[in-house]
Design a protein around this ligand. Structure first.
Ligand SMILES: [Zn+2]
Length: 268
């Protein structure tokens, strides 16, 4: 058996990935991107990094890694050695012995979380730029921000009513289970994986905010924060509760322009 192989998407994962990548490509209009390669490892690759699990590599010569419990994202701007995601199947199996369904839900949650990291590094929501500018201080000492963002994105994908309504009933049921697994998992994780529940004063209000904001807001908000040079985590936390007020007016204008553009394309 191969110990390292390309990720095998389930049909339901293909449905949900198709749905949110369509949203990404619409919002990054002009910058459609291909998802990076995703691999699975039957070997516990992270054991080497275990003691440094929360640390992002900063050596100039090596790619940046964001290492999570069940997977990691590696960012690289080198075309010969591009960014990739690795799902740690070894760990998933180790922690879900005899619980195949639970393992599937957990794997999907991890997959979406790692795709969240790929988005923050590789997808530009600035129409004038094909690739985002990644500042060195974006990668350093921003572990809290990276996990906050990836968790917000994951929760958003698992709870957005628009997105879910576009899926088959089977996929909707599956995603509802994934959402429960994600929330349960986060309870036992370190603080940085739980901050998405505390953007506002209480957990329900925070989750409601994520559920109800649009992907458009969220991605453009990421773009705005990523361009700052300050403490990204603090900025994100400070601005997220008021982002609707920040974007509301211009968003309506943009939505109208976007739909006009698509109407025009439809006519062609
Ligand atoms: Zn992460």
């Amino acid at each position: 058996m191969d110990h390292f192989y390309r990720y095998k998407y389930s049909n339901i994962e293909l449905e949900i990935l198709g749905a949110f990548i369509t949203k990404i490509n619409l919002i990054s209009s002009g910058n459609p991107v291909s998802l990076c390669d995703i691999w699975c490892s039957e070997i516990n690759l992270q054991s080497v990094d275990h003691s440094r699990r929360d640390i992002i590599n900063l050596e100039d010569s090596s790619p940046i890694k964001i290492i999570d419990r069940y997977g990691f994202f590696r960012y690289s701007s080198d075309k010969k050695n591009p960014s990739l995601i690795v799902i740690n199947e070894y760990k998933l199996k180790q922690h879900t012995v005899g619980e195949i369904k639970h393992r599937n839900y957990l794997r999907t949650v991890v997959l979406i979380h790692e795709i969240g990291h790929w988005i923050e590094y590789c997808v530009s929501f600035n129409l004038k730029r094909k690739n985002p500018i990644i500042r060195s201080n974006f990668s350093s000492n921003n572990s809290e921000f990276h996990e906050l963002w990836a968790q917000i994105f994951t929760y958003k994908c698992l709870s957005d009513s628009d997105l879910l309504n576009s899926l088959s009933p089977t996929a909707q049921d599956y995603i509802a289970e994934c959402k429960e697994v994600m929330l349960k998992l986060s309870e036992g994780q370190s603080h940085k994986y739980r901050t998405f529940k505390f953007i506002l004063n209480d957990e329900r209000a925070s989750l409601d905010l994520i559920e109800n904001c649009s992907f458009n807001y969220l991605f453009r908000f990421l773009e705005r924060i990523r361009n700052k040079k300050r403490n990204y985590f603090q900025e994100f936390n400070r601005l997220m509760p008021v982002m609707d007020r920040m974007f509301m007016r211009e968003d309506f204008g943009k939505d109208n322009r976007t739909s006009d553009k698509f109407k025009r394309q439809d006519c062609l």
